[in-house]
Design a protein around this ligand. Structure first.
Ligand code: PLP
Length: 433
């Protein structure tokens, strides 16, 4: 992967070479048929056809192990955490804490207290904007984002800039859907207070060289938030290697439940930041004239958290760890290549997003039909894709399209499913052509 730091680049190079069959390796075959048996929903039908689920960038499906972990928590250990001295509460607290440890290890963060549970990537970004952002951004300052951000990494910064009289600047993307690195370098000025950028574009699949981008920003004394929502399901993540100051992601996109997300922040930054929300659990002591806030990460987790969600996310991490993120990335590189060929073989298809380094996202338009019509015909064939602006309206404008259809793949997808997808696209041409 370009730019995830030296170690990361070498590592991803290896992954991609393996995927292309250029390196011998002794790891056992990636048994997709066996993996699919772990996902009950993949064996359902839609309109009488087997489900072909290609909307993984919106949300991923959940293995039985995750469903079981949630159910086991509610049926065997349900109690509120941090509050009871009795057995069940201690068990629930331990399970919640174990989940935090799993996240720390999975992302290769330094400390458990640097992992804050939130509702999702969106809430994590809002947390940083409303705490770190409000403290550090003043009138005349600049926040730099990129043209390929999801709305959740645009609007919180836009609102902050409006409130503070600061300026939101946007680094452009090239026609192939890559970040314009020269422009990015130029746009970091002595007024830049924060860079917020996505690791992987949800609408184009572009993998940004985040390690390199972080080094450029840090070289100018600028902090960086990386939106990892679309990276975590596809790539091994090494936060120590990337070196960013904040990192956010969502449980539901990484085979865990909805309503749980992660904010990673460097401990020294989180320490200095004011709380985001207030109430129970985020305090050490409360008097009517003074409140002392709790230590990290509890200062940022006001109220009863999503205990079952954290436990389910921990189970999802165990699941993908046992498959191996490198093997997942290698399998998906093969799928991406195959899916790209399928799309190229269909008359009138134009792929939007042709970056050299892509995750398994295929955004496209067709001469014959609007993306919504494509989505509908595909649905009739049991194929679930997303059609729309993908919460990236400025990016759609950049590519001069109102919307795209998007097939986004996960490790449980197969080449056979991509063949079904290709045939369904031929039907779009038959119906509308
Ligand atoms: N960032 C990116 C790149 C995304 O693709 C998404 C969701 O699609 C988000 C952030 C927001 O995630 P959530 O809706 O889970 O908070």
């Amino acid at each position: 992967m370009a730019g995830a730091g030296q170690k990361g680049s070498k590592h991803m190079e290896t992954v991609l070479k393996r995927a292309a069959g250029a390196l011998p390796h002794n790891t056992p075959a990636f048994d997709v048929a066996a993996i699919r048996r772990d996902f009950p929903i993949l064996h359902t039908t839609v309109h009488g056809k087997p489900l072909v689920y290609l909307d993984n960038a919106a949300t991923s499906q959940k293995p039985q192990a995750v469903l079981d972990a949630i159910s086991r928590y509610y049926s065997e250990t349900n109690a509120n955490i941090h509050r009871g001295l009795y057995h069940l509460s201690e068990e629930a607290t331990k399970a919640y804490d174990d989940a935090r440890h799993k996240v720390m290890a999975f992302l290769n963060a330094r400390l458990k207290c640097e992992i804050v549970f939130t509702r999702g990537a969106t809430e994590s970004i809002n947390l940083v904007a409303q705490t770190y952002g409000r403290e550090h951004v003043k009138a005349g300052d600049e926040i730099l984002i990129t043209h390929m951000e999801h709305h959740s990494n645009i609007v919180p910064w836009q609102m902050l800039c409006r409130e503070k009289g600061a300026r939101l600047r946007v680094a452009p993307v090239t026609d192939t859907g890559e970040l314009d690195m020269d422009a990015f370098r130029r746009m970091i000025t002595d007024r830049t207070r924060l860079v917020a950028l996505t690791y992987v574009s949800n609408a184009l699949g572009t993998v940004n060289p985040v390690g390199e981008l972080v080094r450029i920003a840090h070289g100018n004394g600028v902090r960086v938030l990386v939106d990892g929502a679309q990276a975590v399901p596809h790539l091994p993540i090494d936060l120590l290697d990337i070196g960013c100051d904040f990192f956010v992601c969502s449980g539901h996109k990484m085979f865990g439940p909805t309503g749980i997300g992660i904010l990673y922040g460097r401990a020294e930054l989180l320490e200095d930041m004011p709380p985001y929300q207030s109430g129970g659990d985020m305090i050490l002591s409360v008097r009517f004239d003074e409140t002392t806030f709790n230590s990290l990460p509890h200062k940022f987790e006001a109220g009863t958290p999503n205990i079952a969600g954290a436990i389910g996310l921990g189970a999802a991490i165990d699941y993908v760890n046992q498959l191996g993120m490198e093997r997942i990335a290698a399998h998906e590189a093969g799928l991406l290549q195959y899916g790209t060929e399928v799309l190229r073989s269909v008359k009138g298809v134009r792929i939007i997003g042709n970056a050299a380094h892509k995750a398994s996202v295929l955004s496209f338009v067709m001469d014959a039909a609007h993306p919504h019509d494509i989505g509908q015909i595909l649905d009739e064939e049991g194929v679930a894709v997303r059609a729309g602006h993908h919460c990236a309206q400025p990016l759609m404008e950049r590519f001069d399209v109102p919307a795209t259809a998007r097939a986004s793949l996960a490790f449980y997808n197969t080449k056979e499913e991509l063949d079904v997808f290709g045939k369904a696209l031929e039907r779009v041409n038959e119906v509308f052509g």
